[in-house]
Design a protein around this ligand. Sequence first.
Ligand SMILES: CC(C)(COP(=O)(O)OP(=O)(O)OC[C@H]1O[C@@H](n2cnc3c(N)ncnc32)[C@H](O)[C@@H]1OP(=O)(O)O)[C@@H](O)C(=O)NCCC(=O)NCCS
Length: 403
Amino acid sequence: MDGPRSARASEVMEAADLANRVFRLAAHLGPTMHLEFPRLFCKEHPEQLWIVREGERVVSLVGAFRRDLYLQGCKTSTAALGAVCTDPAYRSQGLAGLILRSLALHLTQQGVRVLIISGDRPLYRRMGGVRSGLVHWVTVPASPTPTLAAAEDRWWVEEVRPEQTERLAEVLRLYEQEPVRFERSLEDLRGFVGALPHGFDGTRYRRLWLARQGRSGPARAYLTTDGPSWPAASPAVDEPIYWQAREWGGDRAAVWRLAAELAGGHGVNGIRFPVSSIDRDLLNQARRHGFTVAATDSTAWASWGGTFVGLNPQGLLGDLQPLLGEELAGHLLTAVTAGRITPPVLLAILFGQEAGWWTGSRAAWLAQLRELLGMREEERGRVETLASPLPLPWMWGNTLNYV
Ligand SMILES: CC(C)(COP(=O)(O)OP(=O)(O)OC[C@H]1O[C@@H](n2cnc3c(N)ncnc32)[C@H](O)[C@@H]1OP(=O)(O)O)[C@@H](O)C(=O)NCCC(=O)NCCS
């Protein structure tokens, strides 16, 4: 047995073969993992793939895509983990667990604070995995009629393709103004956009759209959608058809308008957005427009079956101190060091979690927080003031950066 270790350039396609055998097993699925995730299965960066090999074959694999994350100007380091797989003949021998532990140690030494893992399994829970980051589902209905506005006010919605460098640069500029975003290069974006049409089950229609006001006006918003393809969205299908927004950027009113026009133009009933509870601007606008806004519930959580693992709580608190304030960061650090707050609980406190914290009564979780911080009953007013920045915004797992 050789590994766990990072792959060599010559092993990237072998790793992709294993991922294809495991994840694209059904006959109607092509072996497309390396096309869907070209920035992960990439010969220039074989160190992103951690493997165990036995003789001629890669038998277990974990992919890790490292990028910094910017939360309202604060930078922290994350790695998106995915393509976790073991050859069926080698399962339940602890190989995936072994790779994950070695990789987590390596990434911690490299300064990574949080893992964003695709999937929610005992394997990840045993590493301290937790679901964090509250979302509301907003449904933007299709605009009923094509736009009748005057030409200069008309919106031009165009699909962006990977070879269109100028348009990619416009999208990147919008993305760079987002308050919560990953570090992203033009080449990253080109890779993500090129991967979009390789939808894994043949029924998806994944595209990136850019809207500008007037034919040559400034870019106002972009949106990536994912959903049933055109032929599937035919009148023969009784069920209403919705696309899901994977990522968007730009002025919020413009994002809604782009979504409504796009849905109207493509014969789908609407577009569903997983909107962070922190994005109050977008949520308020959605309510003003009369869109359906569904609060976070178990169904919403099921839509991105991901988990987050805190690798270095002290480092994370240091990175986020400007957002938390010195005093709250200090109290949290003391509680973490004393072992009163474990890494998964810290993520739940900082970024929200489905049960018991942010979705329950604020008074109840403030009492819980006070106890965890080791503060007295009389100090509850102080805890309330200290906790006012919480929960912080966090990255929804289902973005273009996702491996
Ligand atoms: C999931 C998968 C990668 C696991 O690979 P593996 O090499 O068999 O993993 P391990 O032997 O380390 O662990 C197997 C299971 O035993 C559990 N386990 C291992 N050691 C354990 C211990 N000491 N005590 C309790 N449970 C233990 C693990 O938590 C894991 O549970 P899970 O599979 O329900 O998450 C493999 O089954 C696979 O390729 N599945 C198909 C692809 C897939 O679903 N990938 C994950 C996407 S989220």
